[in-house]
Write a protein that binds this ligand. Structure first.
Ligand code: FAD
Ligand code: UDP
Length: 385
């Protein structure tokens, strides 16, 4: 039994069915498969929208790339982001174009490096996000593009956030403004849902939607091997307290124009604009130009806040208190015979899609195959497969 039909659960189910020859029951409490990668056509315009926030596929993992290509081909989409600050627009992540535009003159790469090095020198031993950012890009660029955006996204003073959050964002001294550095990138040609449905389309797989694991748990645990991809704290009845998550609110609008912003994602760096970014979905698929209407477009404003119970958990907050609770839950999970914990919610980790798939393939190799082939015990060796 696989609880949760996100990319982690679907990968485990598909491999168990197609490779190990097992019958698999996949549950999801939502009314659709695919977890947060799910997408659907907005009915009025036919434009594919990502209900749980824009999803861009990218990976440098050969095995994952080969695996996903069994279910879908990918477009040549390359992600680019722009940021709006005080009524002007700059390329992101910060690159030579951003530096020239912000300081209002032409810089060579060497000149830009020298300028930023001088501005970054005020911080030598960065201990929080603000200091880390200043040490990478200097104070002026930090105050323009990072401070307001980060405060909105995390509702926390950047001086109270860990430095690692910002290291994900590259800084380049070239005009290359591609968002991701990975070898492979693209969007599923027929949309995410067609891809996800093909993964579940196997005679050995039964999918039951609108079904909460809690309702079948007593029948399942101890009787059939279980892979659980729901929230780790919920599995244990929040016995060690609640793990903290950030959630997002999305406000969708159909605008009466064929092009609202000229690009898929516009970040809003000013702190007095309440949303962090606006997505415009038609731009993810320029190859569908003839199929999409020329006078309407779908946009989605994204707002960020702390999740309360009942909200969708999106990003683990990971305070020191959360990490202590996580250690306690990992101990409980390791003692739960016959149940493996995986995926974003089951391990309390932010995982990109390719990471969720890679981690599910490892779980099949390292835990499930040995269990079914040799009868080895089915137990989490920790929850970070
Ligand atoms: P999920 O997709 O969350 O699936 C878990 C499933 O379990 C859900 O369907 C849920 O309904 C179900 N479930 C939970 N509890 C129960 C229960 N008790 N009983 C039954 N079912 C249950 N990745 C990228 O690579 N690129 C991106 O651009 C990107 N953008 C993202 C944007 C946002 C806003 C978010 C939140 C994530 C983004 N991701 C992106 C990450 C991507 O969504 C994850 O990698 C992927 O969702 C991981 O799959 P999963 O199976 O672990 O979790
Ligand atoms: N960030 C920022 N300004 C931007 C984009 C990102 O300050 O225009 C910071 C912000 O703190 C964010 C982090 O960089 O949390 C990582 O950005 P990313 O785009 O990876 O965030 P995600 O898409 O995962 O929300």
């Amino acid at each position: 039994m696989v609880a949760g039909s996100g990319l982690f659960g679907l990968t485990v189910a598909e491999r168990c069915a197609a490779d190990l020859g097992l019958r698999v029951l996949v549950l999801d409490r939502r009314d659709h498969i695919g977890g947060n990668a799910y997408s659907e056509d907005e009915p009025e315009t036919g434009i594919e929208i990502h209900r749980y926030g824009a999803h861009l596929f990218h990976t440098s993992n050969e095995r994952v790339w080969e695996y996903v290509n069994r279910f879908t081909s990918f477009t040549g989409y390359r992600h680019h982001v722009y940021s709006r600050y005080r009524d002007r627009i700059y390329p992101m992540p910060i690159n030579l174009g951003t530096v020239c535009e912000y300081f209002g003159r032409a810089f060579t790469p060497d000149e830009a490096r020298a300028l930023i090095a001088e501005q970054a020198a005020e911080v030598t031993d960065p201990a929080n996000l603000e200091e880390k950012a200043i040490s990478l890009i200097g104070r002026p660029l930090y105050e323009a593009f990072i401070r307001g955006y980060t405060a909105k996204q995390w509702q926390t003073d950047p001086r109270d956030l860990p430095p690692e959050i910002i290291t994900r964002l590259p800084v380049r001294y070239t005009f290359d403004n591609r968002y991701f550095n990975d070898t492979y990138e693209g969007l599923p040609v027929d949309g995410y849902t067609a891809w996800l449905e093909r993964m579940a389309d196997h005679p050995n797989i039964e999918v039951r939607l609108n079904t909460d694991f809690a309702d079948l748990r007593d029948d399942a645990v101890g009787n059939v091997p279980v892979v659980y991809t729901g929230p780790l704290d919920a599995y244990f009845g929040h016995a060690e307290g609640e793990l903290g998550w950030r959630t997002l609110d999305f406000e969708m609008e159909i605008a009466d124009t064929g092009d609202f912003q000229g690009t898929p994602v516009m970040n809003y760096a000013d702190q007095d604009v309440p949303y962090t970014r606006i997505h415009e979905f038609r731009h993810f698929h320029p190859e569908r130009r003839d199929r999409y209407p020329s006078d309407r477009t779908v946009i989605m404003r994204e707002f960020s806040r702390f999740a309360e119970r009942g909200d969708e958990p999106y990003y683990p907050i990971n305070t020191p208190g959360d990490r202590e609770k996580l250690r306690a839950y990992r101990k409980l999970a390791a003692a739960e015979e016959g149940v493996l914990f995986g995926g974003r919610l089951g391990t309390y980790q932010y995982l990109d899609m390719h990471m969720a798939i890679a981690s599910a393939l490892s779980m099949v190799d390292n835990r499930l195959r040995p269990h079914f082939a040799e009868g080895s015990r089915l137990i989490s060796g920790g929850v970070d497969e």
